[in-house]
Design a protein around this ligand. Structure first.
Ligand code: WT7
Length: 655
């Protein structure tokens, strides 16, 4: 089993302190320095963030109040005027960074491109002007459905520049999933590409957009801006679709950044929850800019000469905060890679590290486990000596993978930052600071300064050291989500009502189970709700169930996850069929494919199991606990007295 167990965690006592050489050069170079910052921030969070906002960002107009907290609704930097695209671009142009690499991009087929801050600024302004010409005005939502090419970042920054909230949809999502998100966001324009390269294949993107928009299915969409990447034949709908490469040459590179209110919406990003319908997580401008800037700067100990590579896709929050906004706001060099490790080139990541002298490398445990499987010969045959910091995110990292990362990639000298956070939190919440925090394999260690995290029971009482409980955050922080798009009620009941306010203080409920050890180190165990974590991607069991029951052969479906060696978790579906349909391997394959076309390849069930009935309580609720046990091949644990029909379990066990 790849996920850490409670037992393995309690046994994990190894401590890795940063080397003295590393600490000496670090911005925050000792545990005492961290503790001092933490205390300062905890004593007066508003003052702490205000000082940083003043020092680290450029404002068109200063705020007149730091925080307005009407639980669960927070506002930061009231009446401040700011633009994140300005902070990521314009302000660097008056310094030597003007000709520094902002984005280094490596395409999967081996093509590459470097954009300096001046060049990136120019292209962002041009795209912003094209968007304006297409009718986009401040406040309009723009959908972005792109491969990992510079234009994905350009599109985001162009939207931010003119105050049009973007909603990036991961390019691996299907046309159906894209449609649902565009509908909810009521997007006016969609920015896409003909396709992208992934694992030696062309992923068609424009055809998926056409499919999503077919028969005017998303009436709000008026225009589609298409970037040429793969040059395969695609259809262009007249009056709707336009090519970026045809419009760009005539687009003006002069587009002043729109002064935005701190609380103007910067983007919507959809994420899975416990219902079938993904939530549109809303982030606003000022607080998000500040928090991603500061967390990126301190957690990666950013230096002017760093070559920073985050391997995420811009379709996820990690790409938003730590490929685009955080690094660029700091004037760093951010590397983007289009591809994924693949059979034809299992060493491709290490080639990229060697080619560009990557100094900071940030990836996910599932990738690390895949690297382990591919063999040490790949990293060992490349020069990785430029690396100085390693990072991990997305799921609990098993100590074996941590140690491999430390030894084989980090040469036993690079600090590893295990960053726990969420789409909702906008930025890192629990994380080591590499020059300050001794690390323990499998622990995201300590809260970032300004974050008051704790482990509590369902009444909100803190639990004792090493006792399991729910991970909560007590005080608002600048980049916390503001609401669920168009659905304040869902925001309230998802995050603020599972655990009641404690001593008048509202507790943000993260949905993760965790424990804190005797040193105050946090150990995140995983989700406590019906959310799965497949290769670090978040997926709701209900989403997959809805996809399955939308197939005519399916009567009922129950989806759970089971441990998986590389992916962390894998989708396992129990399905009952409509009367006339018989189970068969063909139907199994068809259903798997059906889930892929409803959601995307990340949701493809590893296994589908046909059954006559599902275990239910007398009130008709599916008992997933048993299904999880069955899927993992474990003994059934827990109370069966509430079960409606005990023979169902016997049948499932036999099957
Ligand atoms: C969920 C959030 C924000 C990064 C990408 C995922 C899990 C994330 C860690 C970590 C243990 C982690 C949690 C969390 N998670 N990072 N370092 N250690 N678990 O963002 O899709 O919003 O998912 O990912 O379960 O709740 P996301």
């Amino acid at each position: 089993m790849s996920q850490p167990t409670i037992e393995s965690i309690l046994q994990e006592k190894r401590l890795f302190a940063p080397t003295p050489e590393f600490s000496q050069q670090a911005t925050i170079g000792s545990l005492e320095a961290y503790q001092q910052l933490y205390e300062q921030a905890a004593t007066d969070p508003a003052a702490f963030w205000a000082e940083l906002a003043d020092k680290e960002l450029d404002w068109f107009q200063k705020w007149d109040q730091v925080l307005d907290w009407q639980p669960p609704f927070a506002k930061w930097f009231i009446n401040g005027k700011i633009n994140i695209s300005y902070n990521c671009l314009d302000r660097h142009l008056t310094t030597w960074r003007k000709n520094k690499a902002a984005l280094i991009w490596e395409g999967e087929p081996g093509d590459s491109r470097t954009l300096t801050y001046a060049q990136l600024h120019r292209e962002v302004c041009q795209m912003a002007n094209v968007l304006k010409d297409l009718g986009v005005v401040k406040g309009d939502r723009v959908g972005i459905y792109m491969p990992m090419i510079p234009e994905a970042a350009i599109a985001m920054l162009a939207c931010a520049r003119i105050g049009a909230p973007h909603s990036v949809v991961f390019g691996g999502f299907s046309a159906e999933a894209l449609k649902a998100r565009l509908l909810d966001a009521e997007a006016k324009v969609v920015i896409t590409a003909d396709g992208g390269f992934r694992k030696d294949k062309i992923v068609p993107l424009k055809p998926a957009v056409d499919e999503a928009l077919k028969d005017n299915a998303v009436p709000s969409v008026q225009k589609v801006l298409v970037v040429q990447r793969t040059e395969q034949e695609i259809e262009m709908v007249s009056d709707r679709d336009v090519w970026w490469h045809e419009l760009q040459p005539n687009a003006s590179a002069n587009c002043p950044a729109e002064p935005m209110d701190s609380e103007d919406m910067l983007f919507i990003l959809y994420t899975s929850g416990t219902t079938g319908q993904p939530k549109g997580v809303v982030h606003t401008t000022g607080g998000y800019n500040l928090y991603t800037h500061v967390t990126c700067k301190w957690t990666f100990d950013l230096k002017e000469t760093d070559v920073y590579w985050c391997t995420a896709d811009v379709g996820w929050i990690t790409g938003h905060s730590y490929i685009v906004y955080g690094p660029l706001s700091n004037g760093a060099t951010s590397l983007m890679y289009e591809g994924a490790p693949r059979a034809s080139n299992p060493g491709c990541f290490w080639d990229v590290v060697e080619k560009y002298g990557v100094t900071i490398f940030y990836t996910a445990p599932t990738a690390i486990r895949a690297f382990i499987k591919m063999g040490d010969q790949h990293p060992n045959s490349r020069d990785l000596s430029s690396l100085r910091i390693l990072g991990t995110v997305g799921e609990p990292i098993n100590p074996e993978a941590w140690i491999w990362y430390h030894k084989t990639i980090g040469n036993e000298t690079c600090p590893i930052v295990d960053t726990w956070w969420q789409t909702e939190t906008g930025g890192f919440m629990l994380t080591p600071l590499p020059g300050a925090t001794p690390t323990k394999p499998g622990s995201a260690t300590l809260p970032f300064p300004g974050i008051l995290a704790d482990i509590v029971d369902l009444e909100g009482n803190p639990v004792a050291a090493n006792e399991g409980g729910y991970l909560v955050v007590k005080h608002p922080w600048p980049s916390m989500m503001r609401t669920v798009y168009k659905n304040d009620e869902r925001f309230r009941n998802t995050y603020w009502e599972h655990i009641p306010p404690k001593d008048g203080e509202y507790l943000y409920f993260a949905g993760d189970g965790a424990r804190k050890d005797e040193d105050g180190y946090f150990w995140v165990m995983g989700r406590v709700d019906d959310v799965m974590n497949i290769s670090g991607h978040r997926l709701g069991t209900m989403e997959v169930e809805s996809a399955l029951v939308s197939h005519p052969a399916v009567a009922e479906a129950a989806v759970v996850s089971r441990p998986h060696e590389v992916k962390g978790e894998d989708v396992y579906a129990f399905v009952t069929l409509e009367g006339t349909h018989a189970s068969s391997d063909e139907l199994k394959a068809e259903l798997k494919q059906h889930v892929v076309s409803e959601i995307g390849a990340i949701a493809r069930p590893g296994e589908i199991r046909f059954t006559d009935a599902l275990p239910k309580t007398r009130s008709g609720k599916i008992i997933r606990r048993f299904l999880r046990n069955l899927a993992a091949g474990e003994e059934l644990v827990g109370d069966i007295s509430t079960m409606e029909d005990l023979t169902v379990l016997d049948k499932l066990r036999e099957g």
